[in-house]
Design a protein around this ligand. Structure first.
Ligand code: UDP
Ligand code: MG
Length: 342
């Protein structure tokens, strides 16, 4: 889902029948990669013999990426091109590609030739085995050890612990998804690193596959060490979304229990003082009790607001059907048909 603040200038998109496969690639200042990348993806997909479209999302590049991509799109009608007004980031670019994709299986990958399009065939076979998401694992990652591989290992471990979705390589962009699942997942900030965890609300079947990884030959990485801090904050956001988005009142209500209990004890002490005629710090107990009670009421109100936002906001649906309603056999007498999504 593309946040409404994001402006897309142009979508070059020939109308076509629904392809089996959409390959989505975000591009930010990848002028030297874009041509080679198109050729590599096209060659790999032609070998597969599937119907396909390729979607390049230009994330506000300041170099010739867009012009080169447009030339390619003019020559190849399977290439669709989306252009952002400015640089919004890799996740919004992926989200835009996902929104505009019309394939039944969607594949995302990087635009710098570090991922290998030759792996796409194995990913989609895995989806056809019945998985909803297939996640690439760069088991032989070609990036720097200290600044990239070690922080990434720690992050993957932490993400697994916090979200309960253990994935060896969350940062690998090469992934395949069943379209109906991923199109419902809200993606913003830098959430592309948390897609398996974000989809966990929908109960997906996730597989991991070892994929190739090449060193970057042209252009530069767009990320520095600041990503570590952003990943930690996004992890907090993801945890909140996946744990509490479907029941905010329960969550805030639970947090509010402690101050409510403290306030009750303090008010009890005040009543006892009044009955027994003592006056031990009566005003202090009363005041502190009121502060805690206000805290509990605040939490409760936050929960109510959360419920309202959840019910009327765009996180719906909070469930997903295992297939299209027409494909599900709901008659009790007949034997159950597969509801594996297709
Ligand atoms: N990218 C993007 N917008 C950004 C940053 C990156 O579209 O703001 C794209 C970039 O062009 C590449 C992919 O996201 O296709 C991954 O970026 P990069 O190679 O810099 O990440 P790294 O491999 O260093 O993690
Ligand atoms: Mg890269």
């Amino acid at each position: 889902m593309i946040p409404s603040a994001i402006q897309i200038i142009q979508v070059f998109s020939p109308m076509k029948p629904q392809p089996e496969l959409s390959v989505i690639v975000p591009l930010y200042n990848e002028e030297e990669n874009v041509g080679r990348l198109y050729e590599a993806i096209e060659a790999a997909l032609e070998r597969l013999g599937e119907s396909y479209e390729i979607i390049f999302v230009d994330d506000g590049s300041s170099d010739a990426t867009f012009h080169r991509a447009r030339e390619l799109a003019q020559r190849h009608d399977r290439l669709r091109l989306i252009k952002f007004r400015r640089n919004y980031g890799q996740t919004p670019a992926m989200a835009a590609g996902i929104d505009y994709a019309s394939g039944r299986i969607l594949v995302t990958m990087d635009g710098d030739l570090q991922n290998d399009p030759g792996d796409i065939g194995r990913l989609i076979s895995k989806i056809r085995e019945g998985y909803d998401i297939v996640v690439g694992w760069r088991y032989n990652r070609q990036d720097k050890l200290i600044t990239r591989k070690i922080p990434s290992r720690i992050a993957n471990w932490l993400i697994g612990k916090v979200t309960g979705v253990p994935i060896k390589d969350n940062g690998c962009s090469l992934k395949a998804y069943r379209a109906e699942l991923i199109k419902h997942i809200p993606l913003y900030s830098e959430m592309h690193r948390f897609i398996p965890a974000m989809t966990s609300v929908a109960g997906p079947r996730i597989a991991e596959l070892k994929v190739m990884h090449h060193p970057r030959r042209f252009g530069n990485s767009k990320y520095g060490l600041s990503r570590i801090y952003k990943v930690l904050l996004d992890l907090l956001a993801v945890k909140t979304i996946i744990s509490f988005s479907t029941r905010p009142l329960v969550w805030f209500g639970t947090i509010g229990l402690l101050p409510a209990a403290i306030a009750t004890v303090l008010f009890g002490a005040v009543i006892e003082d009044v009955i027994s005629g003592h006056d031990d710090y009566l005003a202090v107990k009363m005041g502190t009790g009121l502060v805690f009670m206000s805290g509990a009421a605040f939490m409760f109100m936050c929960g109510v607001l959360g419920e309202l936002i959840h019910r009327t906001g765009n996180l719906k649906p909070s469930y997903q059907l295992a297939g299209r309603p027409a494909e599900m056999n709901l008659s009790e007498n007949s034997s159950r048909r597969g509801t594996e999504g297709e």
